[in-house]
Design a protein around this ligand. Structure first.
Ligand code: PMP
Length: 480
């Protein structure tokens, strides 16, 4: 008899006890890969069981890939990997992943999300402020103040911190938006407002009209829940009303998502007449509007026209804003302004999603807006970004004049560069990355392949920006 034998009459059947015992022998290396087991008759004797019990245990371990019958050599240990040792095989995660509801990111966006953290990359497309534009001194004071004043750090109310909503109500008043704190929902980045709208206000089969191209097309929020994005043509002044009228389908529940101010990705600015006409039309056909105003304060030449929301006297527009572009995306603080029932509905879903944006971030955002730092900082920031825009424009002019065309943006972060030739943007993305240049190819925002690149002048430092554009022109030139 061996020094181990199964316990007869125990809850666990004898053959299972033998399986566990043999797995332990293999796992601990006492029975290494390649070892030949004793003949089954001998094992039966050793463990004091019938031969059929040994056969059952050995067959099981063969089916798991740990043992193998090798003819006259008998039964041999062929594997000791940990995943095979687990008493229950791991689930097939791939199958679960494929059945998940939410669509994956486009592969180019997945690549961008990873490459952004490669320190060798010059990030020519990143829609985020460069670290050297961060107001370190003022933010340090704000964090100190917030930290010192904290007496407890609990959840906030469903719509978010009252202090922040009051501060925002004042802040938005500057732009002509009349919103009481009851009409404001604080969200974890304005992206979350879109997520909440996609699951809280529409049902499968609805349509969402967007500019063609649009930031929203780079996400799969609405498509994942069975809605269709429909691209509306645009010109220099923004969304083309005639095209919207043509595509409007009265039988379907729909809404319109627009970025009228320094649009992402084109940089377009909608003029005041178009804003009013668009709202009038949408009201007349009862098409709700989501206005995304992420870039409002980033004007570079003159302040933009008021938001569409400022002309909305009937609760037709849901308005989104964020601190991400003007201050710091890491705060994850955005807001949604709308009629109370909508704000309450979305706030209710938000409570079921994350129970509120970070209370620390909300306190910092409130203190930032209340402290009086914001106005002077925004003024200073605009001057710095203006210089960056002009630097990027100059570099494009010097190196890419014969390769493409573009307009000078009046605000925001982006220059929408149209290439003269329809080269493969997938190849360009890859070749640029090989040259340590990270670009946002325009097609990730579009409904079809296009030959545009979204260049951002907000992120890379100025030398890198100039050098990057020069280097990019060389990569493109080689493909022409
Ligand atoms: N809207 C627009 C137009 C954007 O460009 C972005 C960020 N790229 C967002 C919303 C999302 O920003 P956040 O979630 O950080 O507020």
């Amino acid at each position: 008899m061996s020094d181990w034998s199964p316990e007869k009459g125990a809850q666990q059947p004898v053959y299972k006890q033998i399986i566990i015992h043999m797995k332990e022998k293999i796992a601990t290396g006492q029975w290494p890969v390649g070892m030949r087991l004793k003949p089954q008759r001998e094992l039966a004797k050793l463990y004091g069981v019938n031969r059929s019990t040994i056969v059952e245990a050995v067959d099981y371990l063969k089916s798991e890939g740990l043992l193998e019958g090798q003819g006259r050599r008998g039964t041999v240990v062929i594997n000791n990997s940990w995943s095979l040792m687990a008493s229950d095989p791991p689930p097939n995660w791939e199958k679960y992943i494929q059945s998940g509801l939410h669509w994956s990111n486009q592969s180019t966006i997945q690549a961008i999300n990873k490459l952004e953290f490669d320190p060798q990359m010059i990030r020519l497309g990143t829609g985020e402020l460069s670290g050297d534009l961060y107001p370190k001194k003022e933010m340090e004071a704000v964090f100190k103040q917030v930290g010192g004043a904290l007496t407890h750090l609990g959840y906030e109310s469903p719509k978010g911190s009252e202090r922040l909503r009051k501060a925002l109500s004042q802040h938005l008043g500057q732009f002509g938006i009349k919103a009481s704190s009851e009409n404001i929902l604080i969200v974890s980045g304005s992206l979350q407002a879109l997520q909440l709208i996609s699951i809280g206000l529409l049902h499968t089969g609805s349509s969402v009209f967007v500019e063609k191209p649009s930031y929203l097309k780079s996400l799969n929020l609405f498509q994942s829940v069975g809605m269709q994005l429909r691209g509306i043509g645009m010109d220099d002044g923004g969304i083309d009303l005639r095209d919207l009228k043509q595509q409007m389908d009265y039988r379907k529940k729909s809404l319109l998502y627009t970025i009228p101010t320094f649009q992402n990705p084109t940089g377009c600015l909608m003029d005041i007449q178009r804003r009013k006409a668009l709202l009038e039309y949408c009201k007349s056909v009862r098409l709700p509007v989501i206005e995304d105003d992420a870039y409002r304060e980033l004007w570079l030449d003159e302040p933009p026209p008021p938001p569409i929301k400022a002309f909305d006297d009937s609760g037709h527009v849901l308005y989104m804003g964020t601190l991400s572009k003007i201050l710091a995306p890491g705060l994850r603080i955005g807001w949604l302004v709308g009629p109370e029932p909508v704000v309450e509905r979305l706030g209710d879903i938000k409570m079921q999603t994350d129970y509120g944006a970070s209370s620390i971030s909300q306190a910092v955002a409130a203190e930032w807006l209340m402290s009086g730092h914001h106005g002077p900082y925004a003024e200073r920031l605009r001057a710095q970004i203006r210089t960056r825009r002009d630097t990027a424009m100059k570099a494009l002019e010097t190196h890419m004049k014969d390769l493409g065309s573009w307009h000078k943006p009046k605000g925001g972060f982006y220059i929408w560069v149209k290439l003269n030739r329809p080269i493969s943007m997938k190849k360009l993305f890859k070749r640029a990355a090989d040259a340590h240049l990270l670009i946002n190819p325009g097609e990730i925002y579009d409904f079809e392949n296009n030959a545009y690149i979204r260049i951002s002048y907000a992120y890379a430092d100025m030398d890198a920006l100039e050098y990057g554009i020069k280097r990019l022109s060389e990569v493109i030139r080689r493909m022409y």
